[in-house]
Design a protein around this ligand. Structure first.
Ligand code: SF4
Ligand code: SF4
Length: 434
């Protein structure tokens, strides 16, 4: 089945106003006694520790290094490495070793990165992005430098400020507050890709952020700020590219001459290359229908979710699920003892609703709404039968975890969860065959 041969775009209640009703605040650093860094990245790649128990570190000290794709991790506080211990990694869903740093509350900073001019050679810009350990902050956590390394034939860098996940508002907030940094950071990305055009995409009805981005880019004739419809999953880069360019690709947007980066990632490029700072804190949205004071909060990377949630009034009378991200793409966490990493954009707390799951009605809605053109109901059957040949034939690995199939299923079948499990068993099976 072809990509986008289905409806694949739904209007979903946004619930953004809740967290935007209050100003963002900075988590009091004195409440963060320890920070935690998993030694396994989201794609299960191992990270080697560069510190040992007892070592002193500062804000911005390199503490670990992911060999695959060469990504350094940095401490977000100053203090002492107090342990390397096993904890739950909510991104991979499995326990793994974490570097634990005890905060000395002095917030002493390590040396800044070497600053880079916009007129530096593109290879120099890509190398600086690599050294700064910048990964996609829209959720995927993919190393940014890889998208620009030796790319050719790119006509457009597309900055994605769409943020279609319900409840989350960090990209919107930072686009409004830091539009100049986003535009200037994006210009480094444009230079790295040697792209003629720079396009910043934002959803309709986000006037304050849209206007800030237009104002910040008004001097540049090769930058366009464009609005896209409020449909899900418009933030998925394949949907966004099709919306704007009516182009499809198989694996990577570069096949059609485009590189996509999230808007907050562009801001981090500015902070690294112009200000010399690595990512040691990030803005996250804490929201959901059991949070009485939803808002955005700046937290040091590695802070435990439970420390952040202590700052919020939660309706404890209601039974709720804690999602380490938005409701469409994340699975509930077992508890709040996990550490927030650079690619965590939010914590969503939703009242548990008891759905009665009934057998599949064969209505076809999951297939009709899948933006990747997959057949979730058939994948579910192949999963149940552990039919790997059929899972491959159904192109299971092309699922992007957008959550739409679960959202539309009248039988309340947790299809997205089944898609994730199907991808896992298929990958394990394929690795075994190799
Ligand atoms: S979660 Fe996967 S299978 Fe379900 S609608 Fe999204 S892309 Fe399609
Ligand atoms: S949407 Fe649900 S009930 Fe309808 S075909 Fe898909 S799995 Fe079956």
């Amino acid at each position: 089945m072809k990509l986008f041969s289905t409806i694949g775009r739904r209007k979903i209640p946004a619930h953004k106003k809740e967290s935007l009703a209050r100003e963002p605040f900075v988590l009091d650093i004195n409440k963060v006694t320890h920070v935690y860094f998993p030694l396994v990245a989201g794609n299960n790649a191992a990270c080697d520790p560069l510190v040992k128990v007892g070592d002193k570190v500062k804000v911005g000290t390199r503490i670990a290094f992911r060999q695959q794709f060469s990504v350094p991790l940095f401490s977000s506080v100053s203090g002492t490495v107090s342990a390397i211990e096993k904890r739950m990694n909510v991104i991979t869903g499995r326990p793994c070793d974490h570097v634990v740093i005890e905060n000395d509350f002095k917030m002493e900073h390590d040396a800044l990165l070497e600053k880079v001019n916009l007129d530096a050679p593109k290879e120099h810009i890509v190398e600086a992005i690599k050294e700064a350990g910048i990964v996609g902050l829209g959720g995927a956590g993919f190393p940014t430098w890889l998208k620009y390394n030796n790319v050719k034939g790119i006509h457009t860098v597309l900055i994605n400020a769409v943020e279609c996940e319900p409840y989350l508002t960090t990209d919107y907030t930072l686009s409004k507050l830091n539009a100049t940094k986003i535009v200037e950071g994006a210009r480094y990305l444009q230079k790295a890709a040697e792209a003629k055009e720079l396009v910043i995409a934002i959803k309709v009805k986000k006037e304050a952020a849209r206007d800030a981005l237009i104002e910040a880019s008004k001097e540049y004739s090769d930058i366009k700020v464009v609005e896209v419809p409020d449909r899900s999953p418009m933030g998925w880069e394949a949907t966004l590219i099709y919306e704007l360019y009516k182009k499809r690709y198989n694996r990577l947007p570069s096949e059609v001459g485009i590189v996509v980066n999230n808007s907050t990632t562009a801001m981090s490029v500015y902070e690294a290359l112009v200000e010399g700072k690595v990512i040691t804190q990030r803005l996250i949205t804490v929201s959901g229908n059991v949070v009485k004071n939803p808002t955005n909060v700046y937290v040091p990377v590695g802070t435990l979710a439970e420390v952040v949630l202590n700052e919020f009034e939660i309706d404890e009378e209601k039974e709720f699920s804690l999602l380490p991200g938005g409701p469409m793409t994340s699975n509930p966490a077992r508890d709040a003892s996990f550490a927030l990493q650079t690619n965590h954009g939010g914590l969503t707390l939703l009242e548990k609703v008891k759905f009665r799951t009934i057998p599949c009605l064969r209505c076809g809605k999951c297939t009709a709404n899948c933006p990747a053109g997959l057949q979730p109901v058939e994948i579910m059957r192949a999963f149940d039968a552990r039919d790997y040949v059929r899972l491959e034939k159904l192109e299971t690995l092309r699922c992007v975890d957008c959550g739409l199939c679960s959202y539309v299923c009248p039988s309340n079948i947790e299809l997205t969860d089944l898609m994730k499990k199907s991808k896992t068993i298929l990958r394990v099976h394929q690795a075994g065959k190799k």
